[in-house]
Design a protein around this ligand. Sequence first.
Ligand code: ADP
Length: 323
Amino acid sequence: MNEIKTIGVLTSGGDAPGMNAAIRSVVRCGIGLGLRVMGIKKGYRGLINGEIEEMTLRSVSDMLQRGGTILQTARCKEFTTEAGVKKAAEVARIFGIDALVVIGGDGSFRGALDMSRHGFPVIGIPATIDNDIGCSEYTLGFDTALATAMEAIDKIRDTAGSHDRCNVVEVMGRNAGYIALDVAIATGAEVVLVPEIPFDMAEDVIKPLIDARNRGKKHYIIINAEGIGNSEKIAREVEEKTGIETRATILGHVQRGGSPSVTDRVMASHMGFHAVELLVKGEYNRVVVKKDGKITSMDIEEALATKKPLPDRGIAVAKLLSL
Ligand code: ADP
């Protein structure tokens, strides 16, 4: 493999706060360490279409604090085919790109793995509000999304308390319960439902609410994960079985945007540096990860096979704290 002189950077899959901070870090660290950096718009779709421009130190000015991604993101069907990946690698080579930094989630890394199998060096940076990437203890955007959801639920609780109401609040997370669990702890929810743990409506939802009412509680929050869904149906059943007026609120896309938190900015900056450092050292086909509290990296194939269980102590803590 020849020495890497020019790198491409793209964001792919769902957007997450901190993606801009990561792009900025890759661009500034890359240029600072003597590389050329090309920005690829709209993820793999933009790569296939050649939507590629050289980035300068100034192209990433004034974006550290912005949510979303200045490079924009997309989901690209063509790229999931053999021909699409081959074309993407060809276009990258035409633009003089020697290696690709992919900022995104598991799906994006599967695409990156396909690129590496076509002999194209890649590095992944984990970014998704859902924190559902098995190889890394942390994914960019998670902390900001938690803060956004917490702030919204604090407001919902104010009004629930004023009316003796119950609220079923659905938070994002795709098939994972990381957001739901931490938000439940942070907002003192009475009940938390996550896709990883089967639940019984009578035992795990209705009974704790009735017990809470008997202990004198005046408002009730049920955090329901997107992976379970059906929040309206759950709300109707709660109202029927407990007699407590119950509303469902689906927080939705407000959880994705917003200015990244300190954690997301700092983490994104370090991860971007780590990605560039790996490439400069000639190490590639790796994902930058947080492991045992430190930023390090893992082979991309191994990274995709790694699972991260939901911390079961978290569920126990959420239950005890809701007493
Ligand atoms: P995320 O990266 O947030 O998990 P997606 O799962 O939507 O988001 O993936 C983003 C993009 O990555 C997809 O549009 C597609 O181009 C590519 N991708 C996803 N899954 C695969 C796969 N199994 N093989 C190759 N490319 C994939």
